[in-house]
Ligand binder design. Sequence first.
Ligand code: HXC
Length: 256
Amino acid sequence: MKTLIVTGGSAGIGRQIAHRLASDDNEVVLVGRNTDRLKEAETSLVNDGLNCRTAPLDVRDADAVKHLVENLPRVDGVVNNAAGNFTARTIDLSLNGFRAVVEISLYGTFNFSTAVARRLIAEGRPGAMCNIITTYAWTGAPGVAHSAAAKGGMLAFTKSVAGEWGEHGIRVNAVAPGFVPTESATTHILSSPAAADRMLERIPLARFGRTEEIAEAVAFLMSEQAAYITGSVLTVDGGRSLGPSMHEMPSKQDLT
Ligand code: HXC
């Protein structure tokens, strides 16, 4: 049985990823800041007969990350899912606000990826990593420049270390979800029901994604089925990032 770490694993997409990976007969280590939420997620997984342990820590705390990764009985990979986010006009954003988001998403990914890679390389064992970015990592998006900067950094980091660690049998990929209306994303990102409707209009598959659909993509990339895939990004956004050209002429009506 492999041991896979999932950061931000107590809620939303992270919790679903943890559940999905554990269903594949992996032990999962849920990392998060909120002990109560971690315990609740752990109970839910254990009640489903799955193998799980929790690690309450802040992904920005490099020493705590190193201590965890060095002291787990076994480590085979990590899913870097923990993310900070909120919407703000960039000119109104404080340095601390920018820093908080970049440090959670990008530095957190650096902290866990390097700690896991160091251990795997020292033990001479292969491994897999998956970084949860989003499509605005390459498109950009107004109102979330801090998050886009972090996710763009994660994308470049993914490809860079995939090249560096491939010789050690460590695969590093990314999944880029579109908008998934989890409780946290809805609270922090959606300004109004009208904003949700505007987003929906631009999704060719005409609906938002589900946490299960993101987890499925992650499970694939973390599995042996993806043994020859590294440095790739799997976009799971219903076609949203295909862009506005999808909605330009000829319209769907013209084609019928
Ligand atoms: C402006 C804000 C803010 C807000 C926090 N800050 N929230 N600024 N608008 N809504 C500023 C604070 O004022 C402070 O700066 C700085 O950020 C740090 O805040 P703290 O609360 O001290 O820090 P911390 O708890 O470490 O982090 C706050 C946080 C984090 C970054 C907001 O709690 C967080 O991200 N929580 C939400 C996680 C989340 O929703 N993840 C899922 C995202 S879904 P000052 O200058 O005052 O000290 C997603 C989907 C993307 O990303 C869409 C895809 C298409």
